[in-house]
Design a protein around this ligand. Structure first.
Ligand code: NAP
Length: 267
């Protein structure tokens, strides 16, 4: 069987280093190049923390990289504006793409979906690669049909810039596909301190905790008469995302068009 030839953008980052490790440990994957804003011309094995067996050239420019290197899949683990740009360029080159960054608007998704379709190329954007988190969302959607009073508590490291997390919002959106909008709590409740009841999405309250020491955690609490159900997921480190990255790479080899969200490739 031919190996899947991979270019990785962001190899020095926390996610990038985990991805290098995962690629080096996966016999059917082969790293053929990396894209890094620094270190042009070095070998990946020269980057601090990279597996020392990786003979693949580092490029500081995606177009020069794609002109020089034949690849099956580009993985992007950089930052939102760069991920978006890399996806568009890779699709124009007809290279399949797996994107781990966020920040895509509905207009972006429509345009990129059309581009992937026109180029007959597959692409997956996965705002959350943690398979357990995807299951948490799916299970929450199931539970919401029967226990419609729900609050979401998401907890992340204190370097996270956006709140609520994309996963919390996505969970609320999936729940409201099966649950009517409804008010929760006492109809006359007031906030003595603004924000104390959290953000609101169609009646669901979302609370964001930011503390050093946390990685990425979420609890979805369902309240019913005399009972509570809590569905909880914890990502302890960035290795937790790698089975999802691997699944996305394997899947993107067999699709045409753009898939947004790993939940759409999990049965
Ligand atoms: P990080 O440690 O800050 O790594 C980001 C890396 O991207 C840095 O090495 C950075 O290099 C590099 N970079 C920036 N601009 C670049 C460019 N133009 N070309 C190539 N590389 C560039 O962050 P992280 O924790 O690894 O996260 C990486 C991304 O994945 C973030 O967008 C994060 O939100 C996302 N993420 C996604 C998931 C998921 O499940 N989908 C999970 C965790 C994180 P410099 O140091 O030179 O800037």
């Amino acid at each position: 069987m031919n190996k899947v030839k991979i270019i990785l953008a962001g190899p020095r980052g926390k996610m990038g280093l985990e991805a290098l490790k995962m690629i080096s440990e996966t016999p059917q994957f082969e790293l053929v190049a990396a894209i890094d804003s620094r270190n042009d011309g070095l070998q990946v094995k020269d980057l601090t923390g990279a597996p020392n067996s990786m003979d693949a050239t580092v490029y500081d420019d995606i177009e020069r990289c794609l002109d020089a290197i034949q690849a099956d899949v580009l993985i992007d683990l950089t930052k939102p504006d760069i991920g978006k740009r890399h996806l568009e360029i890779a699709l124009n080159y007809g290279v399949r793409t797996v994107i781990g960054t966020t920040g895509f608007t509905n207009e972006d998704l429509e345009r990129l979906s059309q581009l992937a379709h026109d180029k007959k190329t597959g692409a997956i954007i996965a705002p959350n690669f943690a398979i357990g988190a995807i299951l948490m969302m799916k299970f929450s959607q199931m539970a919401a049909k029967y226990l419609p009073d729900i609050e979401i508590i998401e907890k992340h490291h204190d370097q996270k810039l956006d709140a609520p997390s994309g996963t919390a919002l996505k969970t609320a959106q999936l729940i409201t596909e099966v649950r009517e909008a409804k008010g929760q709590g006492h109809p006359d409740e007031t906030e003595e301190l603004t924000g104390s009841r959290g953000a609101e999405w169609q009646g669901i309250r979302i609370h964001s905790v930011r503390l050093p020491g946390l990685v990425a955690h979420q609890e979805v609490m369902f309240g019913g008469e005399g009972q509570l159900l809590t569905i909880r997921h914890d990502s302890m480190n960035r290795a937790s995302f790698m089975p999802g990255v691997k699944m996305a790479i394997e899947h993107v080899m067999h699709i045409e068009g753009l898939v947004y969200g790993l939940e759409n490739i999990m049965e």
